[in-house]
Design a protein around this ligand. Structure first.
Ligand code: RET
Length: 275
């Protein structure tokens, strides 16, 4: 009973809205998986791990969303006399998401480091710092969300600790992007800034969703939370992944990788490579 989802009943449209949001999330991840599998051959071996990591994220997050959708429809049943969907034996939990982030966030961060063109030695150091900060953020956030029904002050305290890790993580990412974008070929030096803005926007939606029990009550709050999660998921993984692969293809082309040059329209890069 740790999540507020379990303490309300839902009208048919609220219940279906959440079911549709979760199912749409699954669809977006499967579609994107197919896309990443197809385009990975246009990415040179040097950057291909970045696109491969998008595939890992799509499978991992897609499966979690699928099980969230199942859980949602199994946990509630329609009661004809109240005309509401009411909780049955099972309880719904957002906790699975947090566990999933332990895997997906490191993948997302390493993808970024790869397309930034960071050298092999440095990548391990940066990744270690970022992953530790991310895990600190997730574990403390996971503990906090266990209190969202019973004790809002605990939710706030753990949320604040988690935010410290989040700020450290964003600071490290911001420093790397700010420094390395100058060494990236056009137009990827601009795309990488957009990627950073996408991170700032999409990742911030998760703490807002975390705060829903404090910010909003009732079934509407729950619908809002699942909407926030879906927008955040599609932006931070699918759209982000497409942008990362776009950068990877352009970098590959600028380094003379034929399949990438073909897919982009080789002329611009032919000049750069020959220069
Ligand atoms: C928590 C707890 C409250 C404070 C903060 C949080 C941040 C969560 C973030 C999640 C990002 C998730 C991603 C998932 C991709 O699969 C843990 C909600 C700051 C930033 C990008």
């Amino acid at each position: 009973m740790n999540n507020i989802e379990n303490i309300y009943s839902y009208t048919a449209s609220q219940f279906e809205a959440i079911d549709h949001l979760l199912t749409m999330g699954v669809g977006a991840h499967i579609a994107a998986l197919v896309f990443f599998l197809i385009v990975s051959r246009f990415v040179s071996p040097r950057y291909r791990i970045a696109t491969a990591l998008s595939c890992v994220v799509m499978v991992s997050a897609g499966l979690i969303l699928f099980s969230q959708a199942q859980l949602w429809t199994e946990a509630f049943a329609y009661n004809a006399s109240t005309e509401l969907y009411e909780l049955q034996q099972l309880t719904f939990s957002n906790g699975f998401r947090y566990v999933n982030w332990m895997v997906t966030i490191p993948c997302l961060l390493v993808q970024l480091l790869i397309v930034l063109g960071i050298g092999r030695q440095q990548i391990f150091k940066d990744a270690a710092k970022l992953i530790l900060a991310a895990w600190g953020m997730i574990i403390t956030g996971y503990i906090g969300q266990l209190y969202e029904v019973s004790d809002i002050s605990q939710l706030m305290i753990w949320g604040a600790i988690s935010t410290v890790f989040f700020v450290v993580l964003l600071y490290i990412v911001g420093m790397r992007v700010g420094k390395l974008r100058h060494s990236m070929p056009a137009p990827t030096n601009n795309t990488i800034m957009t990627v950073f803005v996408v991170i700032l926007f999409a990742w911030t939606l998760y703490p807002i969703a975390y705060l829903i029990p404090y910010l909003a009550t009732g079934a509407e709050g729950v619908v809002t939370r699942q909407l926030l999660f879906t927008v955040a998921d599609v932006t931070s993984k699918v759209i982000y992944g497409i942008m990362i692969t776009y950068i990877a293809v352009h970098r590959s082309a600028s380094e003379g990788y034929e399949p990438a040059m073909e897919v982009i329209g080789r002329d611009g890069y032919r000049d750069q490579v020959n220069a």
